[in-house]
Write a protein that binds this ligand. Structure first.
Ligand code: ADP
Ligand code: MG
Length: 376
């Protein structure tokens, strides 16, 4: 008997679905139920934990149950105009897609926007909409609000939801923009908006504290890593399906080496799969780790060079020894920094770039491969 070898035993670097998706049942059910009932959700996690994968799967499930839904990523937006364009395009392609097939309907819908958009079609056949800026300054916040209000057209007929992924971009572009979403979300009481983002310090600024625009906007779901037992079972099963053996010990080592971060678990497992003969074991995992760090070394070198010297030393000190006591004399000495304020400033920058993160009170380098490179 021959075993069919899947081309990809593991997948990393972009959202996963199908056989590459494991666990997350509870979070998925929570998001799905809210999408169908018109409740909002704020979904938070560091990058690479699986937010987008989870949301795309939730949209699929909701559609199968008769809901209208769609997905917008704000990752490439750098101005308020681009946010309005991304949101309007996402709504036309997602929740309103069945209403936009006829040209008259589409024209009629777009009449609700205060600026007439230019409609294009991208390579995938999806609408891409742009608002040509006139000479006069434009009230982009109102254009964004008009765009969001298009959702009301659908929610009268069906459960309607819209995912706004990479929502931290909103704060990076303009602190006040979050308020527009809040105001319109309050109006659209039967529509479900899902705000998802990384850069937890920014997302927390949006979601908690006095005057925070997303405060009390809906259920807050914080996505942690996938539990070890499901992730390691997934790793072993996928290895078997692709014709190699991975024992529980090796799977556990892979998980632990990268702090259980789903993207990095899949990446290390993939490399170990390539390195191994018939069996993925402790030795192949160690070689795989080395290979990834070495493949990345040019990128890491460039990243490191772009940091200021104090940031470099703080990063390196925390790579080799994570600690919560970053203002203690011993850490200042270790990182060769003259005072706590300089440490604070360096950590702010490093956290803002998602190079450092605090887990259970301890500051650590968030990427295990970078951490290994720094400590070599
Ligand atoms: N449910 C999951 N099961 C297995 N691997 C996952 C899962 N979710 C995410 N991953 C891994 O993490 C990677 C990044 O997922 P993604 O959804 O893009 O994360 P995020 O949106 O939080 O940055 C995927 O390519 C995959 O390797
Ligand atoms: Mg994502």
């Amino acid at each position: 008997m021959t075993t069919k070898r899947p081309a990809d035993p593991y997948h990393y670097g972009s959202p996963v679905g199908g056989d590459h998706f494991c666990d997350r049942e509870e979070a998925l059910a929570g998001v799905e139920a809210r999408m169908l009932s018109g409740a909002n959700v704020v979904l938070l996690s560091p990058r690479r934990y699986g937010k987008s994968s989870l949301l795309l799967r939730a949209i699929d499930r909701v559609r199968r149950r008769g809901g209208s839904s769609g997905y917008v990523s704000l990752i490439r937006c750098s101005s308020r105009r681009e946010v309005a364009e991304a949101v309007a395009s996402g709504i036309l392609n997602g929740p309103l897609s069945s209403m936009t097939r006829r040209r008259e309907n589409l024209k009629e819908l777009l009449r609700d926007l205060r600026i007439a958009p230019v409609l294009g079609v991208d390579a995938t056949g999806a609408f891409s909409l742009s608002f040509a800026a006139g000479g006069a300054p434009t009230d982009w916040e109102s254009v964004l609000a008009d765009s969001l209000r298009l959702l009301a057209r659908r929610s009268r007929q069906r459960p309607t939801s819209l995912v706004l992924d990479e929502f931290q971009r909103v704060v990076e572009i303009d602190e006040g923009l979050g308020g527009v979403f809040k105001a319109v979300a309050d109006e659209l009481s039967t529509t479900s908006l899902i705000f998802a983002g990384s850069k937890l310090h920014l997302m927390h600024r949006l979601a908690s504290g006095p005057g925070a625009p997303l405060l009390g906007m809906g259920e807050r779901i914080v996505l942690d890593v996938i539990p070890e037992h499901s992730m390691t079972r997934y790793l072993s099963n996928r290895a078997t399906a692709a014709g190699k053996h991975m024992d529980a010990h090796a799977a556990g080592l892979i998980y632990a080496a990268v702090d259980g971060i789903p993207n990095d678990v899949q990446r290390l497992a993939f490399e170990a799969f390539l390195v191994a003969g018939d069996t993925i074991d402790e030795e192949t995992v160690a070689i795989a780790m080395q290979r990834i760090v070495s493949h990345q070394s040019t990128d890491y070198g460039e990243l490191y060079e772009r940091l200021a010297p104090t940031q470099q030393r703080v990063l390196r000190a925390l790579a080799c020894e994570p600690t919560g006591a970053v203002y203690a004399a011993s850490f200042l000495h270790e990182a060769d920094v003259s005072n706590p304020n300089s440490v604070r400033a360096a950590i702010d920058v490093l956290e803002g770039r998602e190079l450092l993160r605090r887990r259970d009170g301890v500051w650590m380098v968030s990427n295990a491969f970078l951490r290994a490179w720094l400590c070599q």
